[in-house]
Design a protein around this ligand. Structure first.
Ligand SMILES: [Zn+2]
Ligand SMILES: [Zn+2]
Length: 189
């Protein structure tokens, strides 16, 4: 109980946005499982600018599951580390399959695609672990529109639209970085 209270009291959500001072709905980190005190409180508009720069600079390819309300974080997981840590998780194989089938051009604007967007219908704070264990093919992809190949700009625009529409807050958001392929998904630790 005490630990929970401490975690909540240090949460970045509700603090002033580090960049503009309006109430923050997100904590922004450099990598998954960043220490709470290092997370930067950001409002939705400042988060959109921040991740816009990150997604544009990313040198790998990634599957991006749409934001959903419920799970506490929305973070990038590089495949090499993920597979080493969770060898029985089926999500890595599904991510590789989706990246192999990615179109060369963005389906929204025609620029070169480096992300595959996947819908999150049915994803909750309860079942995200099942999705990670069982993979995307027999879970989210069964309920969602077909995966969509997109460029970084259209990918971030779609994430921001979804955050504004569905209104989830995340204690931690981190972007794809470096060169390794991976995935971003609403989840918990
Ligand atoms: Zn702000
Ligand atoms: Zn595009």
């Amino acid at each position: 109980m005490w630990r929970l209270f401490r975690r909540t009291s240090r949460s970045p959500i509700g603090r002033p946005c580090r960049l503009c001072g309006s109430p923050a709905q997100f904590g922004y980190g450099q990598h998954a499982e960043e220490a709470l005190e290092k997370l930067e409180p950001l409002c939705i508009d400042c988060l959109q600018r921040r991740i816009g720069a990150d997604y544009g600079a990313f040198k790998g390819r990634a599957v991006i599951v749409e934001p959903a309300a419920g799970p506490p974080v929305y973070v990038y997981q590089p495949l090499p580390e993920w597979k080493a840590q969770f060898p029985n998780s089926k999500v890595a194989g599904d991510v590789e399959g989706l990246l192999d089938r990615m179109s060369s051009g963005c389906e929204d604007c025609g620029e070169s695609a480096c992300f595959v967007g996947v819908g999150s219908l049915g994803l909750t704070a309860i079942n995200f672990g099942d999705v990670l264990d069982q993979g995307l093919a027999i879970t989210l992809l069964k309920n969602s529109p077909p995966p969509r190949s997109v460029c970084s700009r259209c990918c971030v625009r779609r994430i921001a639209e979804s955050l504004k529409r569905a209104g989830p807050s995340y204690i931690e958001v981190c972007s794809p970085s470096g060169t390794a392929n991976g995935f971003v998904m609403p989840m918990g630790y």
